[in-house]
Design a protein around this ligand. Structure first.
Ligand SMILES: [Zn+2]
Length: 463
């Protein structure tokens, strides 16, 4: 006997299946196209994914999955693409509360005249909690299931991410001047160690060490950051060669590029994720390749702050682990939309090289999924829809005018679809967005708090 419950106003159905010979699954999601991002890069028309607990049981044709499994719950979207959840390799989620605070500036002016003063006056643990909630809300609704973060009070970022049901690689910032959470580098290192200890066995959170950049930390602090990360087998996250100035200053100071200086300091001796890597030469790329450094390419941010064009086509030719990051929403982007980053990553390389093949759609889709997962050292767990991997999945609607007709599902994901087309999201086997509504967070309360903070931050900048 089977009973069907209808939820919300849509085609979503929860079905209690007939008991039979089929294997049990918790959930089956089916869609018109399943983009697997597996080794063969299969796109399955009329495909489905079976899930049990936090893992993917099987991926295949809908008829085959339905014959093999019976599930307690199911979601059938004949007008959607089912894809791996998108992987954000660099961001500052809590800075969502500074969204658009100062636009159209160079990085150093933006940072020194606006962001550092605004942070000094406003950042507290509660600010970080509400800012991260707002960031996670936007990211989940837009199909991002994993985010890589660098900020202050990163333990609070982790608490908010867990509350949202989102996966995170969360780096506690270490920076060479007094900031909201720590006044000295020694205090920051001790704080970071507690962060690493606390989330060591968490299924969603990978705690990380995040020295802000070469130019904001002493050599000793950078070395201590690496040692601390390695003690806990944790990733180290850092900004690298974002601007020409950063490179020129280092070349004037030590006659080496930032990548080379950091290599000399032993910073790449362990799991590492470098954000930006805009001003890197062939020798730098060889270092990044040989050390297995993951790179977070941030096209929106690099364009908006006029930082430059990262040599991503060359990085991909060398098979570097390059993912995508929206960076911060405070003026360097100003959103967390990975669909936009895919589109811009592809177009930025094309215009910079005058070659439409420089970064094709398939490569951009890889960067937002499996290659991004590789940048984080998590490619065995996330980034594709394959048996045994964590169940991080998104359903993206293709029934709107801008999504039709559809000749190629991957092309549509990169060049056409928007974060707002995401309809359902699952992280670690748990639904967190259903029919474009968040299930884990209080959206109304978060938006009300954002307005409250806006008034407070605006007045703090006038004083
Ligand atoms: Zn950044």
């Amino acid at each position: 006997m089977s009973r069907i419950f209808s939820f919300f106003l849509c085609a979503l159905t929860l079905t209690l299946n007939q008991a039979g010979a089929a294997e049990p699954a918790d959930t089956i999601w089916s869609a018109r196209y399943v983009i697997t991002m597996d080794a063969q890069r299969r796109v399955i028309e009329n495909g489905a994914v079976a899930i049990k607990g936090d893992r993917i049981l099987a991926v295949g044709g809908k008829a085959e999955i339905d014959a093999r499994f019976h599930a307690r719950q199911r979601l059938d979207r004949p007008d959607a693409i089912l894809s791996p959840g998108l992987v954000n390799t660099h961001t500052h989620a809590a800075m969502s509360l500074f969204r658009g605070i100062a636009d159209d500036l160079k990085l150093q002016d933006w940072l020194e005249k606006f962001i550092f003063p605004a942070e000094a006056k406003n950042v507290t643990a509660e600010f970080v909690r509400w800012g991260t909630r707002l960031g996670c809300l936007e990211m989940l609704l837009g199909g991002t299931t994993t985010f890589t973060d660098m900020y202050y009070f990163e333990d609070v970022v982790a608490e908010a991410a867990k509350e949202a049901g989102m996966r995170g690689v969360l780096g506690q910032t270490i920076i060479g001047f007094p900031v909201a959470d720590n006044k000295t580098h020694a205090a920051a290192l001790a704080f970071t160690e507690r962060h690493l200890q606390r989330f060591q066995t968490d299924p969603l959170i990978t705690a990380a060490v995040a020295p802000h950049a070469l130019y904001t930390n002493s050599d000793e602090t950078l070395k201590a950051s690496r040692a601390l990360a390695n003690k806990y087998h944790a990733p180290l996250v850092i900004h690298l060669s974002e601007t020409k100035k950063e490179n020129d200053d280092e070349l004037a100071k030590r006659h080496t590029t930032p990548t080379k200086t950091l290599d000399n300091l032993g910073l790449w001796q362990g799991r590492s994720i470098a954000a930006h890597a805009v001003w890197v030469d062939e020798a730098d790329l060889a270092i990044l390749k040989s050390r297995g450094v993951g790179i977070a390419h941030c096209p929106s941010s690099n364009m908006k702050l006029s930082s430059g064009v990262a040599p991503v086509t060359r990085m991909l030719a060398l098979d570097l682990s390059v993912g995508l990051g929206p960076d911060g929403p405070a003026g360097s982007n100003n959103d967390f939309d990975l669909f936009e980053e895919m589109d811009l990553a592809a177009k930025l390389q094309k215009v910079a090289t005058m070659n439409p093949q420089a970064l094709p759609a398939a490569a951009a889709m890889e960067m937002a999924t499996i290659r991004g997962a590789r940048a984080l050292g998590m490619e065995k767990e996330i980034g594709s829809l394959e048996t045994g991997k964590r169940a991080d999945l998104i359903m993206v609607r293709i029934d709107r005018p801008h999504a039709q007709p559809l000749y190629d599902a991957v092309s549509q994901m990169v060049y056409t679809l928007k974060a707002s087309d995401v309809r359902d999201v699952m992280v670690n086997g748990k639904p967190v967005v259903r029919d474009s509504r968040i299930l884990t967070l209080d959206e109304k309360a978060i938006l009300a708090k954002a307005a409250e903070y806006q008034a407070k931050i605006a007045s703090s900048l006038r004083n």
